[in-house]
Design a protein. Structure first.
Length: 176
């Protein structure tokens, strides 16, 4: 098990833990929260204060979410940065070549990949995977699936749907 993602996944996951919001919107009610537009930067600053995501889990700053579970369950993650990242979080690898090297290393060890709702990371991952790896790409944008196939990732099965609808179905199937 491992996760390839960018700054955004980790930041919004941590924002949800810290403030119950994503991009300043309450994840339970869907309502915009006053000053919520600052939450993602405040979440990044809290992790910076701890030193890293792992240290934030260890010092009790981070208490739930995807990144929390990765740390608690020793699941490696590669957070590949981009020029448009806010922050970024201290764990984000801002050197593209370095993040690709690490992704290539881990890609050799996997048997199956699920690429969820991020065109750039899905295409980058697809380009790194050996053809033997079972791969599923879930995205609401059909061009993401098409671009993967067009760039030689023939083993990828594409599912065009909203990830918000897909994940609960996947969770329930895995739970049973």
């Amino acid at each position: 098990d491992l996760i390839f993602a960018g700054n955004a996944l980790a930041t919004h996951d941590i924002e949800c833990d810290q403030f119950g919001t994503s991009l300043g919107v309450n994840v339970q009610t869907g309502e915009v929260v006053a000053h919520g537009h600052t939450h993602h930067m405040r979440a990044i600053n809290r992790i910076n204060k701890s030193g890293s995501i792992r240290e934030a889990v260890e010092d009790g700053t981070l208490k739930s979410g995807i990144m929390y579970e990765c740390v608690k369950n020793d699941v490696p993650f590669v957070l590949a940065g981009s020029i448009r990242d806010d922050g970024p979080l201290p764990d984000v690898i801002t050197d593209t070549v370095e993040s690709q090297k690490l992704m290539r290393h881990y890609a050799q060890e996997v048997d199956m990949v699920i690429m969820i709702s991020t065109m750039l990371h899905s295409i980058a991952t697809g380009n790194l995977l050996p053809s033997r790896v079972k791969s599923i790409c879930v995205d609401i944008n059909p061009s993401t699936v098409t671009k993967l196939a067009d760039r030689g990732s023939a083993q990828v099965v594409g599912i065009v749907t909203d990830v918000g609808a897909f994940l609960p179905v996947l969770y329930n199937a895995l739970k049973d």
